[in-house]
Design a protein around this ligand. Structure first.
Ligand SMILES: [Zn+2]
Length: 199
C-alpha cells in the first residue's frame, strides 16, 4: 500500500508527545537536548505550556458559578490593577500588565474575587490584546446584563521588547466600553478618573 509523504508526516507529528516535539525544537535551534541542563527541559516546557494555556479548559459559566448575586445597587463597581499574564498568538511570547474592570449593575453583581479569575481565564490562552479586552467585557455583559461594562488593559509585549523594534518601555493600552460607558460621557470620565487615581 502506498503512503504519500504528506499523510506520513501528519501521522508522525500527531503521534509524537508534546515532550518529544519540544525535544525536536531544541535540536532545531542548535542545542543538544541530551546535555545535562536540558534533559528535563522538554518535560518542563510541556507542563509550562499546559499551564499558560489552561484557559482553554475553562469557561465563564464555570468560573462565575455561584458568584452572581441579586442587589439593589446601581453605582459603579470597579476593580483596578488586576495583574494578568498572557501570550501573543503571533509569536507565542508573553504580554502582561494590568486590567481595570468596571460595570454599572442592573440588579445583579459578580462576586469581587471572580473578576480577576475571569480575566485570568481569557488571558491564559493565545491572544491579541484587543480580543482579550473585548472577551472580558462580553463575558461580564452576558453574565449579569449590566447597564454598562468598561475594560482597560495596559500591557507590555515581549515580542516588541525582545525582538525587532526593541521598544523597551512602550506599553499598549486597549479599551472596551459597552452600554452607559459608551453612551454617557460622564460615566466614562468617572471610570477613567478612578483608574488614573494613584494608589
Ligand atoms: Zn507578538
Amino acid at each position: 500500500m502506498a503512503t504519500t509523504p504528506d499523510s506520513l508526516e501528519e501521522v508522525t507529528l500527531a503521534s509524537l508527545s508534546t515532550e518529544n516535539l519540544y525535544r525536536e525544537l531544541l535540536s532545531r535551534v542548535g542545542e543538544d537536548p541530551t546535555r545535562d541542563g536540558l534533559i528535563d527541559t522538554p518535560k518542563r516546557m510541556a507542563k509550562s505550556m499546559a499551564f499558560l494555556t489552561r484557559g482553554y479548559t475553562m469557561d465563564a459559566s464555570e468560573v462565575l458559578h455561584n458568584a452572581l448575586f441579586d442587589v439593589d445597587y446601581d453605582e459603579m463597581v470597579i476593580v483596578k490593577d488586576i495583574e494578568f499574564f498572557s501570550m501573543c498568538e503571533h509569536h507565542l511570547l508573553p504580554f502582561f500588565g494590568k486590567a481595570h474592570v468596571a460595570y454599572v449593575p442592573n440588579g445583579k453583581v459578580i462576586g469581587l474575587s471572580k473578576i480577576p479569575r475571569l480575566v485570568d481565564m481569557f488571558a491564559r490562552r493565545l491572544q491579541v490584546q484587543e480580543r482579550l479586552t473585548r472577551q472580558i467585557a462580553d463575558a461580564i455583559d452576558e453574565a449579569i446584563d449590566p447597564q454598562g461594562v468598561a475594560i482597560i488593559l495596559e500591557a507590555q509585549h515581549l515580542c516588541m521588547m525582545m525582538r525587532g523594534v526593541e521598544k523597551q518601555h512602550s506599553s499598549t493600552t486597549t479599551s472596551a466600553m459597552l452600554g452607559v460607558f459608551k453612551s454617557q460621557l460622564q460615566t466614562r470620565n468617572e471610570f477613567l478618573s478612578l483608574v488614573r487615581r494613584v494608589g
